[in-house]
Design a protein around this ligand. Structure first.
Ligand code: PBG
Length: 326
C-alpha cells in the first residue's frame, strides 16, 4: 500500500520503462497485405488505403524488397483479376494473377520471406460472394469448400508457403488440408481466418480489390456475428482440429477479447488482422491533424500484441517497421 508501493518508480526514465515493458513490437511481428492486379502496366493507388497500391508484378517485387529492407518478412497476397465468373475459377487458374505473382515472389525471394496467399473466391466471382451461390441467394458451403481445395493446391504449386482461407465456410480447413496432403504439399501451412467477424471495417479493402456484392447483400450468413465471443473459440477449435497451424482473429481492435481468449485456450500461434478500415481511420484522422497517426498506429499494434497475438497483419507494416528501426 501507498506510500510503500509507488508504481511510478518504474516509469521514471525511458530505459527503466523499456526494461520492465511486458510487450514488444518489432518489424518481424508484421505481415504486410499486398494487392497485385492483372492487366495493369503501372501501379494504381488505392484512395481509401493511402500509401497502398494495386501492384503490377514488377512493382510488387519492388515493394517486397522494400519490406525486406526494413525487416518485414511476411507478406499476404491478394489477386485482382480482370475477369470474373460465377464460380471464381480465376482463383485456381495456374495462370491466374495470384499464381503468377506468387511464382515471381518465390523465384526472387525464396524462403527469405514467408509467402502467404489469401484463399477466397470473392475477388474472382461475378456476384462478389465468397463461394458458390445457390438460386435462393445463399452460399453453398460444401460446393464451396471443394473449390477452396483446388485453390489451395494451385497456390501451393505456385510457391505459397502459407495458405490463408478467409471464406468462413464450415469444414474449409479440413478440405484444404486433405487436398494439400494428397497433392504432396504436406509442409504447406494453413493460417485459418478462424474468427472472422462480419464487420463494417472491410470497406476500403473492397475498394482495393474491386469487390461488390451484387444486389447489395452481406456476409452475415457465413462470417461471425460480432455479438458473440465464445463462438470464436468454437470456430478456432474446429479449425485446429481440422489441421490449422495458425489461427487468426479479424478485425483486431474491436476484438482484443477474442485474441486474448484464443491465446489462452489454444496452443497454436494466434495472429490478428488490423484491417483496412482500422488503417483508414487512423490515416484519415492523422491527415486531419486530429491524432498523431504514427503514435496511434504503434499504440494499436502494440495492443494487439499485448492481447496475445504472436504477429499482426497490417497495412502499417512498412511504415511502422521504418519507425521502429529508427
Ligand atoms: C475476403 C477477405 C476480405 C478481407 C480479407 N479477405 C473481405 C471480406 O471478407 O469482405 C478484408 C481485409 C481488410 O479489410 O483489410 N477475401
Amino acid at each position: 500500500m501507498f506510500p510503500t508501493e509507488r508504481p511510478r518508480r518504474l516509469r521514471r526514465t525511458p530505459a527503466l520503462r523499456r526494461l520492465v515493458a511486458e510487450t514488444t513490437l518489432a518489424p518481424h511481428d508484421f505481415v504486410a497485405p499486398l494487392f497485385v492486379a492483372e492487366g495493369i502496366f503501372e501501379p494504381r493507388a488505392i484512395s481509401s488505403l493511402p500509401g497502398h497500391f494495386q501492384h503490377t508484378v514488377a512493382s510488387l517485387r519492388d515493394e517486397v524488397r522494400a519490406l525486406v529492407r526494413v525487416g518485414v518478412r511476411g507478406v499476404l497476397l491478394f489477386g485482382v483479376p480482370t475477369t470474373k465468373d460465377e464460380v471464381g475459377s480465376g482463383a485456381w487458374d495456374p495462370n491466374g494473377i495470384a499464381q503468377v505473382a506468387l511464382r515471381a515472389l518465390r523465384d526472387e525471394f525464396g524462403d527469405d520471406i514467408v509467402l502467404m496467399a489469401d484463399l477466397c473466391l470473392d475477388e474472382y466471382t461475378s456476384h462478389g460472394h465468397c463461394g458458390v451461390v445457390l438460386p435462393d441467394g445463399t452460399v453453398d458451403n460444401d460446393a464451396t469448400i471443394a473449390l477452396y481445395a483446388q485453390v489451395a493446391v494451385a497456390q501451393a504449386q505456385a510457391g505459397a508457403a502459407v495458405v490463408a482461407p478467409s471464406g468462413m465456410m464450415d469444414g474449409q480447413v479440413g478440405a484444404i488440408r486433405d487436398a494439400l496432403d494428397q497433392a504432396g504439399f504436406t509442409d504447406t501451412i494453413i493460417l485459418a481466418y478462424a474468427a472472422k467477424y462480419a464487420s463494417g471495417l472491410y470497406g476500403p479493402f473492397r475498394d482495393a480489390v474491386g469487390v461488390e456484392i451484387v444486389g447489395g447483400g452481406d456476409r452475415k450468413g457465413y462470417q461471425q456475428d460480432y455479438r458473440n465471443r465464445r463462438e470464436a473459440l468454437r470456430e478456432a477449435r474446429a479449425d485446429v482440429a481440422q489441421g490449422a497451424d495458425i489461427v487468426m482473429v479479424k478485425p483486431a481492435m474491436s476484438y482484443l477479447d477474442v485474441v486474448s481468449d484464443l491465446h489462452d485456450a489454444l496452443e497454436v500461434p494466434v495472429c490478428a488482422y488490423h484491417v483496412s478500415g482500422e488503417y483508414a481511420m487512423v490515416k484519415a484522422a492523422g491527415a486531419n491533424g486530429w491524432i498523431d497517426e504514427t503514435a496511434v498506429a504503434i499504440e494499436q499494434l502494440t495492443a494487439v500484441r499485448r492481447a496475445g497475438a504472436d504477429f499482426v497483419l497490417t497495412y502499417f507494416a512498412r511504415e511502422i517497421a521504418t519507425e521502429l528501426d529508427a
